[in-house]
Design a binder for this molecule. Structure first.
Ligand code: DHB
Length: 522
């Protein structure tokens, strides 16, 4: 599959009127405020397509912005594909965020589609992607596009955005505040729940402009990777939830719904307050990349016990059709194997030539290949994945060093604990060994599971595309599977699979995602 794409914007064909940030913040979309650009998109079969599109540069999407550099979005609307006029006025809208690492994400300087990314952090955050695998279309994930690698000079990665454009969809790319932003008083203004509040405000802007903005605002499909995948699933789960109202009001969000139609999430780093336990349950016996040794097994075991308790309380059943009953810490390994990992390996191996398959199987003798199917044990799978990325606890670090500690920072405090266990074991000398009083609410605001399990939000999106690499140790394999199981249990349409041998940020079937959008929105 060829996923690389060149995109060369031809600004000479520009027919632009003014399109800079709307400082009056009327929140009225200007249908004429675009410029006309042309780009070349290489599809997943390797074929090139010439796409002419209307591009709206950064538009501030709230009336009372805290920081317009982040609270703005860009819009791309195809008008001609391979020489044929297209009408996207009622097309699905891909709402693609580029958040990575819960960092700030800006499209303020974007001069074409697919240019958004992390900013302001001086490179990848700790615990952020170390670079997407080749073939990945994770737009936020690689350091190479963190500093405004616009596609104007070519070399952009084929992303969901570009493929969506070439399929005739409208593409909206929102920026959002992120955890490192600090004002001159030393106050953090991009920590939780800023990013989700901003994305919701951006959805509200789009919906408030129904009839002015091209595309079908009732067919918004969100997409994001990693922290962006977490936010995408949260956007999908929390549509129109009143718990965000006061935050949305504060920034002058448009008066409209923020519910979206469908959700795409790649390797979502979510359910943060339960992720430490899930991580140890999954990777507890694997050595770490940093030390080559196993983590403190007392801590690991304590966290695993917390996971067992949490998982039991969730009372989730296996995905519809899986035949699995209630998922627990005791049967989850079997569930992952049968539902996701073995089918993933099977798909991978079946696509190889006979000789490639033989070579792979000779190197990976833990796999039994029989009757066109791969099988193996959980223990062998863990050995195959090898060293884990994170130490313990993976998310609420005792020394407050994890990116997520910063995500739950507030006021002038850069990093805070957000689990009772993390707080109790704090190693930074804090006098209070408990989480701050505002943390429980912040956790609700940040966790899709809250809206799916604790509450059942009827306004959630009902279509879910979830993907994860089998070698991704940025979080537990359980996190995606629980999300999928939760929405499946509510009767939603779920398309969830794991990419064999792929790491963090992988998106190896973006063409299928684009086809799926057509199917579910059609
Ligand atoms: C991301 C990666 C992480 O390991 C994490 O803890 C949070 C976010 C990311 O790639 O966005």
């Amino acid at each position: 599959i060829a996923l690389s794409a060149q995109a060369s914007n031809d600004s000479s064909s520009s027919s632009s009127s003014s399109s800079s940030s709307n400082s009056s913040n009327s929140l009225v979309f200007d249908p004429d405020g675009y410029e006309k650009l042309t780009t070349t998109v290489t599809d997943t079969a390797g074929d090139e397509h010439s796409v002419t599109y209307h591009f709206w540069k950064a538009i501030t999407y709230v009336a009372k912005p805290v920081d317009e550099a982040y609270q703005s979005l860009v819009v791309s609307v195809p008008v001609e594909i391979d020489g044929k006029a297209v009408d996207a006025s009622n097309a699905p809208i891909l709402f693609a965020n580029s958040v990575g690492g819960y960092m700030p994400s800006s499209v303020a300087d974007a001069t074409g589609i697919g240019a958004g990314g992390m900013t302001g952090g001086g490179g990848a955050p700790s615990g952020a992607p170390s670079g997407a695998p080749s073939g990945s279309a994770a737009p936020s994930a690689s350091a190479s596009n963190a500093n405004g690698n616009t596609n104007a000079t070519g070399g952009a990665t084929a992303s969901n955005q570009l493929l969506a454009l070439a399929a005739g969809y409208v593409v909206v790319e929102p920026g959002a505040r992120g955890r490192t932003l600090k004002n001159s008083d030393g106050e953090y203004y991009g920590t939780a729940p800023a990013a989700i509040v901003d994305l919701k405000a951006a959805v509200r802007y789009v919906k408030a402009n129904k009839g002015r903005i091209p595309g079908n605002v009732d067919r918004i499909v969100s997409a994001g990777t990693s922290a962006g995948g977490a936010l995408s699933s949260l956007l999908g789960a929390s549509g129109d939830s009143p718990i965000y109202d006061k935050y949305l009001k504060e920034i002058g969000a448009a008066d409209a719904s923020d519910a979206i139609f469908a959700t795409g999430a790649w390797c979502p780093i979510t359910d943060l307050e339960h992720a430490d336990g899930a991580y140890e349950w999954n990777w507890g016996t694997n050595v770490t990349q940093s030390t080559g040794k196993v983590v403190d097994q007392t801590v690991s075991k304590a966290l695993q016990a917390q996971f067992a308790e949490y998982q039991a309380k969730l009372r989730l059943r296996g995905l519809k059709g899986s035949g699995f009953g209630t998922l627990t810490a005791r049967n989850y390994d079997d569930y992952l194997l049968k539902q996701y990992l073995e089918p993933s390996a099977t798909t991978y191996l079946a696509a190889l030539s006979d000789s490639e398959r033989e070579t792979y199987l000779a190197k990976n003798t833990f796999i039994t290949w029989s009757g066109g199917k791969a099988s193996f044990t959980w223990a062998d799978f863990l050995t195959h994945v090898g060293a884990r990325k994170k130490t313990t606890p993976a998310f609420d670090a005792f020394d407050l060093s994890a990116g997520e500690n910063n995500e739950f920072g507030a006021g002038t405090t850069e990093a805070r604990h957000f689990t009772a266990y993390g707080a109790k074991n704090d190693s930074t000398g804090l006098s209070t060994k408990r989480v701050a009083s505002d943390i429980p609410e912040k956790l609700h605001l940040m966790n899709p599971m809250y809206h799916l399990v604790e509450k059942v939000n009827g306004k959630r999106s009902k279509h879910w595309w979830i993907r994860l690499g089998t070698s991704d140790t940025d979080t537990s394999h359980v996190i995606s599977a629980n999300l999928a199981a939760a929405v499946s249990g509510l009767g939603d349409d779920v398309n969830h699979l794991y990419y064999w041998d792929q790491g963090h940020g992988a998106n190896t079937d973006p063409g299928d995602f684009i086809t799926w959008i057509a199917k579910v929105t059609g």
